[in-house]
Design a protein around this ligand. Structure first.
Ligand SMILES: [Zn+2]
Length: 220
């Protein structure tokens, strides 16, 4: 009971819990992520501004011109600069980190889905190769260096956050090369789970269940 039962649907976990450490314990290499966060605290004021991540752009991102007459595809052309703008899903990467007969999952410390379980990873930065982005996220979130199988084993579109931003999740199987998982401030806990425990985990996104299960089933 207690810590473990909070994010399990029924099965008990036999794995050790690592307490979350404060940011002040971080070495200089443990940076917070840069750039805008998809779940950045939307303030009470901002929440009143209508926004849909799937409707056509209303203003040109290049020059601020008001845009009208979107095409059926959702694309809209700026009358001033001539650029066409489209909404696109945001790529995010995740790791099914396997060690022996267990896989590492993380308990989310932040919204959306705070307290639920996902896998280590995050949003790509501009120009970043997905594998590099995943290794960066593992360093930031857990302080570990990953070896990543370069062929994705998961491709799953899903929505994220209260405004329904579309994300394309790209999942890789990985192993820890160096370090012991030590959660940073956006991860509440990191847990090693076995195949028999996957069904009982309260995942934030259901596709992670199949992702972790498949990674555990693959030997080597
Ligand atoms: Zn423009």
């Amino acid at each position: 009971m207690g810590l473990v039962s909070r994010f399990l649907r029924h099965a008990p976990l036999r794995t050790a819990l690592r307490p979350r450490r404060g940011r002040e314990d971080r070495g200089p290499t443990r940076r917070r992520r840069r750039g805008p966060r998809q779940d950045a605290g939307v303030s009470g004021t901002a929440r009143k501004v209508p926004f849909s991540p799937t409707e056509p752009f209303r203003y040109c991102p290049a020059d601020g011109t008001k845009l009208t007459d979107p095409r059926p595809s959702g694309g809209v052309t700026c009358p001033l600069c001539g650029r066409s703008w489209y909404r696109n899903p945001v790529p995010a990467v995740g790791a099914a980190i396997v060690g022996g007969d267990k896989a590492l999952v993380t308990v989310r410390a932040r919204e959306p889905h705070r307290g639920k379980v996902d896998v280590p990873g995050g949003f790509l930065e501009v120009g970043e190769h997905p594998v590099d982005g995943l290794r960066r996220e593992a360093r930031e979130e857990l302080g570990v260096e990953l070896e990543v199988d370069p062929t994705p084993v998961l491709l799953a579109p899903h929505t994220y956050g209260p405004e329904g931003v579309w994300v394309l999740a790209i999942g890789f199987r990985a192993r820890i090369l160096r370090g012991t998982p030590d959660p940073a401030d956006d991860v509440a806990e990191a847990l090693w789970i076995g195949a028999e425990e996957v069904e009982g985990v309260d995942f934030a996104w259901e596709h992670d269940r199949g992702f972790v299960r498949a990674a555990l089933a693959q030997r080597g």
